[in-house]
Design a protein around this ligand. Structure first.
Ligand SMILES: [Zn+2]
Ligand SMILES: [Zn+2]
Length: 239
């Protein structure tokens, strides 16, 4: 009832293209924008999920071949070009990042689509990549947590936003290479509640993964706290 009233007063528009959505529609992203999402299909790196040009190159990307990962596997829904102003997913991620519109939780869920790249029964817990508390206060919400709740709902497991904590506000990841990015996030995270993680298989959730430096760092502290394994789900993969 309230939703219907809000939709009438503020007709919802697609964050991807700005098109008005029909008042009676439950959707938060238009069908054209959903169809334009550049979904990641095989072949991709069997560890980090990075798309590969051809199958058969040992099934691993250059980075995963040269250095071990701390997470077990990472999978993303779609490619994301952070330098491009066009593309529905980018618009949704940026809008989401800098806006305060909670209905974007729904938009993100629609971008994931019907199937997750992870099946039920393999994880005990979803842990979203946390924001530093000053950033969280400024932004009002953590988009990774909104995604994490959606993922946890589908996997029928708990989403815990307290076990992992960002203890250092890091400068934005602007470097291109993995090692500089990894240095940038070193000692930025800690496990606040090791009891929630010990002996458990964790699915780390974030909106975008670039080289995987943040994911590696989070996996590192969670494994040190006794996690059995850490896998990673991100909506987008910046390439
Ligand atoms: Zn649209
Ligand atoms: Zn890889």
């Amino acid at each position: 009832m309230l939703n219907a009233l809000l939709n009438f007063v503020y007709p919802p528009s697609c964050p991807g293209c700005g098109a008005r959505l029909p008042i009676e529609s439950d959707h938060r992203v238009c069908a054209a924008c959903i169809a334009s999402i550049d979904r990641i299909l095989p072949p991709f790196c069997s560890i980090c999920g990075e798309p590969l040009r051809s199958a058969g190159s040992g099934d691993l990307c250059i980075r995963c071949r040269s250095a071990p990962r701390r997470f077990r596997i990472a999978r993303s829904i779609a490619r994301y070009d952070s330098s491009s102003e066009t593309g529905a997913l980018g618009a949704i991620i940026r809008h989401h990042k800098y806006g305060l519109d909670q209905s974007l939780a729904r938009a993100l869920a629609e971008c994931i689509g019907r199937t997750l790249p992870f099946e039920r029964g393999h994880h005990d817990l979803v842990a979203p990549v946390p924001l530093h508390r000053t950033r969280l206060r400024w932004r009002g919400f953590n988009q990774a947590a909104l995604l994490g709740m959606e993922v946890a709902r589908r996997l029928e497991i708990e989403c815990d936003t307290t076990c992992l904590e960002r203890v250092r506000a890091t400068p934005p990841q602007t470097a291109r290479d993995h090692n500089s990015r990894r240095r940038n996030v070193r000692r930025a995270f800690r496990v606040a509640h090791p009891d929630k993680i010990r002996g458990r298989s964790v699915l780390l959730v974030d909106d975008v993964m670039t080289t995987g430096a943040t994911a590696d760092e989070c996996a590192d502290v969670m494994l040190a706290a006794g996690a059995v394994a850490v896998d990673v789900f991100t909506l987008a993969r910046a390439l």
